[in-house]
Design a protein around this ligand. Structure first.
Ligand SMILES: Nc1ncnc2c1ncn2[C@@H]1O[C@H](COP(=O)(O)OP(=O)(O)OP(=O)(O)O)[C@@H](O)[C@H]1O
Ligand SMILES: [Mg+2]
Length: 350
């Protein structure tokens, strides 16, 4: 007798442990749709604690018509049902409900299991948006190239001035296509090896000076004043130097592109506590408040036409964010429209 009690107690405890460690929400209802069992994951779905949920009818604890109807169908028609149901506007669950029948086949209750598929849906959405964006971005320069080639073939090539002008446009558009494909390849290779393997001590000030040289021509063409301020004792950081250069190039390139002629760009590298923080402050056009959070997204541009006309792909900052974060660093931005922007990156000191 004693042994039997122990056995059923441990069986009960085991069941409780299994239920509470399950990531799926579990709800057991009696035939009047009163809740008789609930696990922790289900508490989270209904945003109420077990003692608030138990021994209450389902319709008292949730106004969600889909789940109420699903339970109704199970209890009244003895059906097993699979259905996707949205809770609190965003969370999406694949719900599996089955009747509990007695020996005579009468429905005595229902078991409902909730699988959270919100992330799966979000992932699918991001992927399809990405494919849509890529196709659109590839199509734009291609359409333009095709248009100009057709016009040339239709006779415009007989006029050498027009021919030269159109070929120059075709050349620029092909460059943009190439850049777009290179950027996409960079992003995908960054995503496939999350761990950066070639980490070495790097002096960010030295890299910055190289990058200023690379962009020297654009800077002088726009008559911009670029100042780089850093302390002599700036500590080294651990980074893949090529990737770090890409980050610095993208940030300086943006500051140059989005600052009108004669403007000023100040780059500052300094140690702040255990980090080396580098900021790029320009006196450019600035970014509206509502776009600030989005500029690191793939293909996001504040002014699409303007960015495109400058040859931009809209991938620069998403590459920056990806590289910096895969180094364990952080990116940030502040901006005031019409006054200028400050983009910053920070890395841990070695
Ligand atoms: N310093 C800046 N000042 C104002 N706007 C900026 C600045 N840097 C970025 N932006 C805005 O953020 C958008 C996204 O920048 P991002 O570098 O990702 O793309 P892009 O410069 O348009 O193209 P790419 O860098 O691929 O050539 C830009 O189109 C621009 O609208
Ligand atoms: Mg850019």
């Amino acid at each position: 007798m004693h042994l039997e009690n122990d056995y059923s107690l441990s069986k009960h405890l085991t069941m409780d442990i299994i239920l509470s460690t399950m990531v799926e929400g579990v709800l057991v209802l009696d035939k009047n749709s009163y809740i008789i069992r609930v696990n922790r994951a289900a508490e989270n779905i209904f945003m109420q604690l077990e003692n608030e949920l138990l021994y209450r009818p389902l319709q008292d604890i949730s106004g969600n018509r889909d789940i109420i109807n699903l339970v109704y169908e199970i209890l009244n028609k003895g059906k097993e049902i699979f259905q996707e149901i949205t809770f609190t506007t965003r969370q999406l669950y694949r719900v599996h409900g089955a009747p509990i029948k007695d020996n005579s086949g009468f429905v005595q209750g229902a078991v409902i299991i909730f699988y959270d598929v919100t992330e799966v849906r979000d992932f699918a959405q991001i992927r399809s948006e990405f494919v849509g964006n890529v196709s659109h971005e590839l199509r734009t320069p291609l359409t333009s190239i095709k248009g100009f080639v057709e016009t040339l073939l239709d006779g415009a090539m007989e006029n050498s001035a027009i021919c030269r002008r159109f070929l120059t446009i075709i050349d620029a558009e092909s460059d943009r296509l190439k850049r777009l494909i290179d950027d996409l390849l960079t992003l995908s290779s960054l995503e496939s090896n999350e761990e950066i393997s070639r980490l070495e001590p790097v002096c960010i000030a030295r890299s910055m000076r190289n990058v200023m040289n690379i962009l020297g021509l654009q800077i002088s063409e726009k008559n911009l004043q670029v100042e780089f301020i850093y302390s002599r004792s700036l500590p080294y950081i651990k980074a893949d130097e090529d990737l770090l250069n890409q980050v610095l190039i993208n940030l300086l390139d943006n500051a140059v592109k989005y600052t009108p002629r004669g403007g000023k760009i100040i780059i500052r590298s300094q140690r702040i506590e255990s980090r080396v923080v580098t900021t790029f402050t320009d006196t450019g056009m600035g970014i509206p408040q509502e776009s600030l959070a989005r500029v690191f997204e793939r293909f996001y541009r504040v002014d699409k036409a303007r960015s495109r006309s400058q040859g931009g792909t809209g991938l620069g900052l998403s590459i920056v964010k990806h590289i910096v974060e895969s180094h364990g660093g952080e990116v940030f931005v502040n901006s005031e429209i019409g006054k200028g922007s400050t983009f910053g990156i920070s890395f841990l000191v070695i």
